[in-house]
Design a protein around this ligand. Structure first.
Ligand code: PDB
Ligand code: ZN
Length: 463
């Protein structure tokens, strides 16, 4: 039982007087309880719908309001901005207009920088750091650690358990997950097959860890979950014996990098709010394009380039397949991928594993399964992920409401309940997906699909 924590606030309700409040929050508390504590601190009733609460760190970073709000101290109080009535919305509109102007100015400055910088030589030569950097979204990722602690050894029990969907992803710290991911490369035989350098791999994984944001859901632990479930599927279905080493390398790297630098706001927000990502990628899977671009930005740096020793044509093939796998995680592509895979599964003579396009599609279906597979896991492991995802979705719809943008019903805290959302998702997305893949991969029913069916029952009784 975590001790209840105190969160120190300065209340800014728009009046000239600022007052200080302290509230109690513990990780066990439900989202609504925490929110009402924040509303009480702002002297608002949490049911008032025309008031908007925004929580800022001293340096201006917007923080999520919920059980996961990072704890602080008296010295670095958060600012709780509350605006009621339409002046609240007007003020927020004014803020978002200001933000828009700042973004426009920043873009002009970036454009000016680019116009006076050298014309890139087109062969992907590295920008040296003091040279003007390209659009800052892909600027050199966080510096990697100068010296790394030694790789942890894990007991045989842990490394065996790692191959199963029952693995408890919550009991490991970030650095332990880094070492578990490194272990997967070794166990899959990739270190020897591709002469991967241990140190470079550890630096790569540390840099990846540092390039995930601390969102409630789309964070480094989610990346680990997806890689671990993929690893589990390979073992449970014995697919690891059928795939070529390059395909296993592609799957593992794709899972690890598939949500890199996720901002916590989905593609709909990127498009509707005309964000920088929406602009750069012309509204075409902006997030997934960004995740892949960040992954290859890390791989481009020699101290984290684990693909450095691959022959040129292996590198080209791996890059092509990794991009296809990361882009396949855009759920907007779900229907199209399901249709294509269904056609392949129902072909005369079964799924054609001699066809390179069919093999590539199978890899995409495996990462898709892994990406949304939380409900395959035991309830005490999977349930917190739904809370975290809803927290991220609600923060997005709060912001969309405040910015006067369209928002999705399944993100609206006034409409969505965990149970009803999960019943629909499991019934109409998860079970059809896993049952279709089970037509091609053996032994999915008992270890993978049964737990999903019992999750459906659980949420049906809850609803
Ligand atoms: C999906 C798309 C984007 C991001 F009730 C996450 F809020 C997901 F959870 N995703 N991944 C796992 C899920 C799950 N979405 C839902 N349930 C999951 O278990 C439903 C969602 C409305 C939730 Cl699909
Ligand atoms: Zn994901």
């Amino acid at each position: 039982m975590a001790t209840p924590d105190l969160i120190y606030l300065t209340i800014d309700d728009g009046s000239s007087t600022k007052r200080e409040e302290t509230i109690r929050v513990s990780a066990e508390m439900q989202l609504e309880e925490v929110r009402s504590a924040f509303y009480a601190a702002a002297n608002l009733s949490s049911s008032s719908t025309n008031s908007v609460l925004k929580l800022y760190r001293k340096d201006g970073v917007l923080l999520p309001i919920g059980p996961n709000t990072p704890r602080n101290s008296k010295e670095d109080r958060y600012i709780l901005k509350s605006r009621t009535g339409n002046e609240g919305v007007d003020a927020l509109n004014a803020v978002s207009d200001l933000l828009g102007q700042i973004t426009a100015i920043k873009e002009k400055v970036d454009a000016m920088k680019r116009s006076i910088s050298e014309v890139p030589d087109g062969h992907g030569a590295k920008h040296n750091p003091d040279e003007l950097t390209p659009p800052n979204l892909l600027a050199r990722r966080r510096p990697t650690l100068p010296s790394l602690p030694p790789q942890r050894t894990f007991t045989r029990d842990v490394t065996e358990h790692l191959k199963h969907p029952t693995f408890d992803v919550w009991q490991w710290q970030d650095d332990e997950m880094v070492d578990l991911l490194a272990h997967m490369f070794t166990e899959l035989g990739l270190m020897t097959e591709f002469k991967l350098d241990e140190e470079t791999l550890r630096r790569f994984l540390q840099c990846v860890k540092g390039s995930y944001n601390t969102n409630p859901f789309h964070n480094f632990r989610h990346c680990f979950c997806v890689a671990q479930m993929m690893y589990g599927i390979l073992h449970v279905t014995n697919l690891h014996a059928q795939l070529q080493p390059l395909e296993k390398l592609v799957l593992l790297i794709s899972c690890i990098g598939h949500d890199l630098d996720h901002p916590g706001f989905n593609n709909a927000y990127q498009v509707n709010a005309s964000t920088e990502l929406g602009l750069i990628y012309n509204d075409i899977s902006p997030l997934e394009n960004h995740h892949a671009a960040v992954l290859f930005t890390i791989l481009k740096e020699s101290d984290t380039n684990i693909l450095r020793s691959l022959p040129a044509n292996d590198y080209r093939e791996a890059r092509k397949q990794i991009i296809a796998c990361v882009l396949a995680t855009d759920m907007a592509k779900h229907g199209e991928l399901m249709g294509r895979f269904k056609a392949g599964a129902e072909r005369e003579g079964g799924y054609d594993m001699t066809d390179p396009a069919a093999r590539s599609l199978l890899l995409q279906m495996v990462i898709k399964c892994a990406d949304i597979s939380n409900e395959v896991r035991p309830k005490h492991v999977s349930e917190p992920w739904v809370d975290n995802l809803l927290e991220e979705f609600f923060a997005q719809s709060d912001r969309e409401k405040a910015e006067g943008l369209p928002f999705a019903p399944f993100m609206d805290r006034q409409k969505v309940t965990k149970a009803s959302a999960q019943v629909g998702f499991i019934q109409f997305v998860l079970i059809p997906l896993f049952e279709l893949v089970a037509k091609v991969l053996p032994n999915m029913e008992e270890p993978i699909i049964q737990p999903i069916r019992s999750a459906l029952q659980y949420y049906k009784t809850l609803a």
